[in-house]
Design a protein. Structure first.
Length: 192
């Protein structure tokens, strides 16, 4: 099946899942935006980590395929993190009535976006696979540390995990589809 068709099917599936997903007792339909928001953060973070792991594989073993995938996954991670960041603005406004610029997890997301963007620019300008792989590894480690250590103040610790089984099921399915979309993008960027 052609990548464009797969991507369109994934987007249609994502739309159908979000549309059919259940409302939350407290948030109502706002939870649908939160499903996407949560999926984007999980997939973006996982992609940064994977880019770092692939960077280590290239540095240690010298496999050319590890570098091409690391570079593609890093760019995918940055794009998905940007989408997550923008979704944060929407979900905060819908759920909390405005944007809390000093909420620790939002600050961590902002700093992570800045670090990811600068790292991408440096790696892009230098055009050196070993430096790029090292940068991807450092960014992956930074992401894990920064996002994990950000204390939740307004942001719930595990809003989905504390929800009903049906809500969790839809969230996990949505996250799986978003991950498949990220893979499609990385696959495209690897050959572009």
């Amino acid at each position: 099946m052609k990548p464009v068709l797969i991507t369109l099917l994934l987007l249609a599936t994502l739309g159908a899942l979000v549309w059919a997903s259940p409302q939350d007792k407290t948030l109502g339909d706002v939870v649908k935006a939160i499903y996407i928001h949560g999926a984007l953060v999980r997939v973006g973070e996982a992609a940064f980590i994977l880019a770092g792991v692939l960077g280590v594989a290239f540095l240690v073993r010298g496999w050319p395929w590890a570098w091409t995938w690391s570079w593609a996954v890093q760019r995918t991670a940055l794009l998905f993190w940007l989408a997550y960041y923008l979704s944060s603005l929407v979900t905060m406004t819908l759920a909390w009535g405005g944007i809390n610029w000093v909420e620790p997890r939002f600050v961590a997301a902002s700093q992570s976006l800045a670090v990811g963007a600068v790292a991408f620019a440096v790696a892009y300008l230098l055009e050196r696979p070993r430096v790029s792989a090292l940068i991807n590894t450092a960014v992956g480690l930074f992401m894990v540390a920064r996002v994990t250590l950000a204390p939740p103040v307004f942001h719930p610790v595990d809003a989905i995990g504390e929800s009903a089984l049906l809500v969790r099921g839809y969230y996990y399915l949505i996250t799986l589809v978003v991950a498949a979309l990220a893979f499609q993008l990385a696959r495209f960027l690897r050959t572009a």
